[in-house]
Design a protein around this ligand. Structure first.
Ligand code: FAD
Length: 287
């Protein structure tokens, strides 16, 4: 089912993001996590796509499992940087054949360790080019990524919003944000989006912090500020994963509760293919 219709019909709810398991052997444990989280009736679940198509086969296989073994609405992430139109066409047709009709259209990041890679020479330069391409099929509901603190390559928040608005106008039905840990960035982003005339649903991406060291490293790549107060609270528990998770759950509950109190109706959880933290959070905040 098209997610744009689900969002309209339900008006509130949660969704979960997964990455594709490395091997066929990961299927049972992956589906066990899916079963746990299905108890919360997610609006949809999404499967990530490795930069440069590195997980193309695995992403497809995971989507197929989900289609065959569950009734969940699924969305594939899809990056276009370095891809040809022919390859994307083949992939979209394969998605159509298994009933995957929702795509998170992304540019992706240039491959690391390839110094002479020039994204502007490719057939797709930005996510907007992929959106234009996908629209032609008249089959998919399209989502895009947005960045409360601005995308790491954007020269300014104004430019960031200018390009964000352009790609949404090209045919995005809804947007999911990059993770953020201070809600002020989300609220400021929403104000900028409103001023720019953006009126599609913008769903906050919630990353429960299970390991502060890893999140600090990840956040440094994607321009997500982690408040000192969170770092100070969590760092002493680096060698106590259970306590660290407990604190991470409390922080995410506080974040989601504040968002709810400020009118947010949809939440997208980055699950990292684990159900424990997200379940504890959703049990408290509700769906
Ligand atoms: P774009 O919207 O194309 O923007 C990229 C940059 O180009 C921005 O700085 C933008 O301001 C700038 N820009 C846009 N148009 C122009 C223009 N005309 N001229 C000059 N500059 C311009 N990555 C993966 O590899 N796999 C995934 O599964 C994945 N899932 C994600 C899910 C979410 C919810 C989010 C938030 C990100 C995800 N990413 C994923 C990361 C994403 O691929 C990177 O953040 C990437 O750097 C940008 O992708 P984009 O689609 O936002 O790019």
């Amino acid at each position: 089912m098209l997610i744009r219709d689900i969002l309209k019909e339900k008006g509130r709810g949660i969704s979960f993001e997964f990455f594709p398991p490395k091997s066929e052997e990961g299927k049972d444990s992956f589906l066990a996590v899916i079963r746990d989280l299905s108890a919360f009736n997610p609006l949809y679940v999404s499967v990530t796509y490795g930069a440069g198509g590195t997980t193309q086969d695995r992403t497809y296989r995971t989507l197929k499992w989900l289609r065959e073994e569950t009734d969940l609405t699924v969305m594939s992430h899809l990056t276009c940087i370095g891809a040809t139109q022919k390859a994307i066409d083949e992939l979209l047709r394969s998605y159509m054949s298994i009933g995957v009709d929702n795509i998170l259209a992304l540019r992706g990041d240039p491959p690391r360790g390839v110094p002479d890679f020039d994204p502007l020479k490719g057939e797709f330069k930005y996510a907007i080019d992929l959106i234009r391409f996908i629209k032609r099929y008249n089959f998919f509901s399209i989502a895009v990524a947005v960045y409360p603190e601005g995308h790491q390559e954007s020269p300014s928040l104004e430019k960031d919003m200018e390009y964000t608005k352009k790609k949404i106008d090209e045919g995005a039905d809804f947007a999911i944000t990059q993770m953020f840990f201070d809600n002020k960035y989300f609220y400021q982003f929403m104000e900028r989006a409103e001023r720019a005339g953006i009126n599609i649903p913008i769903i906050p991406g919630i990353m429960p912090i299970g390991d502060i060291k890893k999140i600090i490293e990840f956040a440094s790549f994607c321009k997500a500020t982690i408040p000192d107060s969170i770092i100070k609270k969590m760092e002493p528990y680096q060698d106590n994963p259970e306590e660290m998770k407990k604190i991470g759950i409390e922080i995410a509950i506080k974040q989601c509760t504040d968002l709810r109190n400020n009118g947010v109706r949809f939440f997208h959880f980055y699950t990292l293919n684990k159900s424990d933290m997200v379940s504890s959070i959703v049990k408290v905040i509700g769906t």
